[in-house]
Design a protein around this ligand. Sequence first.
Ligand SMILES: [Zn+2]
Length: 60
Amino acid sequence: MTPVAARKRTAKPKPVPCGPCNGTGQTTETVYAGRGARRRPVAEQEATCLDCLGTGATPA
Ligand SMILES: [Zn+2]
């Protein structure tokens, strides 16, 4: 028999990556210009994810 230390594993709650930002804490927003049918994307900008406020993890 091999003595194996029976270790109790502490089940740590895994941080769930935030969905909208994929855990990065940053989202890319598309900046639009124009109105109605002329509305078109002109640029993308980084913005802090509003779901996790930049932490990248979904708040419990
Ligand atoms: Zn997020």
